[in-house]
Unconditional design. Structure first.
Length: 319
């Protein structure tokens, strides 16, 4: 009897591992596809405020149609849920648009190298803004991340200040998004990963649209679109569709996996995801990298792994 229980437990643990493995593989592949189409679009049509808005619009549309046609069950929400969602959506909007502005100015790989330091931002925000303190080894484990990113930034061949700042703002915004969503998820009605992300997209779309119109606007979009179609051909529209739909899909899968794993496992998974984005974008866009630049990126990413181990040892699983 005991043997059967153990067998059953091992089987369940293996099934859970397999499920998370499938989630991660899907999340990473969808993200690579998003990043490639997003950059292809930005190269021909440098309007990141519009492309960010379209990504949120595609997600909102997909989910509204899924709810209306009952492919997915619509969530039961109340006012408290939407109130708690607002700061999360605001941070998601800022983080998303800032990353896209960054990618419109620099190589995709550079944005993602800087974004691999998001865990370090978590510790710094908790320390300086929330007044928490951590053991010395936690702070020391940030040094390779910060040092690696700094080395990668100073040796970056296509360095651009807006590109750097965009990625840094995105890191800061996403740290707040995580803090607010942890606080908010316990308020109001509880909504599962897929529908939670759908509501987040809809609210972010409402926040971002007026700003996108104010910063860029229909006139420049119309001229830019004509130029892009003249340069690429009519199939340019499919690149835009691909970047928008894949943005929604990878985020949806990432929120579905967040339901199953700890925030720490999630953020390690997110950093490892960047390795596949960095490598594939360097190959596809023929990005020039100097050896010392690659060393900086490798130190930053290994640093994140080291940091996650230190966090685990000291049991600060909440950041
Ligand atoms: C975005 O557009 O939101 C960026 O690509 C950053 O997203 P990530 O942190 O999920 O990679």
């Amino acid at each position: 009897e005991i043997n059967i229980d153990i067998d059953e437990q091992t089987r369940q643990a293996a099934a859970q591992k397999l499920k998370i493995g499938v989630y991660f593989a899907t999340w990473w592949s969808l993200n690579v596809i998003f990043n490639i189409y997003n950059k292809k679009v930005l190269n021909a049509f440098p309007f990141p405020w519009l492309t960010s808005t379209l990504s949120l619009a595609a997600g909102s549309l997909i989910m509204l149609v899924s709810w209306a046609s009952r492919i997915a069950e619509a969530p039961k929400t109340d006012m408290d849920f939407w109130k708690a969602l607002f700061p999360v959506a605001l941070a998601h909007t800022i983080g998303h648009v800032a990353a896209t502005v960054s990618m419109s100015k620099v190589a995709v790989s550079f944005t993602h190298i800087i974004k691999s330091s998001e865990p370090a931002f978590s510790v710094l925000v908790s320390t300086f803004l929330l007044g928490e303190s951590f053991p010395m080894p936690v702070y020391l484990s940030l040094l390779p991340i910060i040092g690696g990113c700094a080395l990668a930034a100073v040796t970056e061949l296509n360095f651009n200040l807006v590109g750097l700042m965009g990625a840094m703002i995105s890191n800061l915004a996403f740290v707040f998004r995580n803090i607010f969503s942890k606080r908010g998820m316990s308020k109001g009605k509880s909504v599962g990963g897929m529908n939670y992300y759908a509501c987040l997209s809809i609210m972010s779309l409402l926040i971002l649209t007026p700003f996108a119109i104010a910063v860029e606007g229909p006139q420049v979009w119309a001229v830019g679109w004509k130029n892009a179609v003249a340069q690429i051909g009519p199939h340019f529209v499919w690149w835009v569709v691909a970047q928008s739909v894949f943005y929604h899909l990878y985020n949806q899968v990432s929120y579905m996996s967040l339901n199953e794993i700890s925030p720490l496992t999630f953020s390690v998974g997110n950093t490892m995801k960047r390795v596949s984005v960095i490598v594939s974008s360097i190959i596809i866009f023929h990005t020039q990298v100097q050896p010392v630049n690659a060393v900086g990126a490798a130190i930053a990413i290994l640093g994140t792994f080291l940091y996650s181990q230190v966090i685990k040892i000291f049991n600060f699983l909440s950041i």
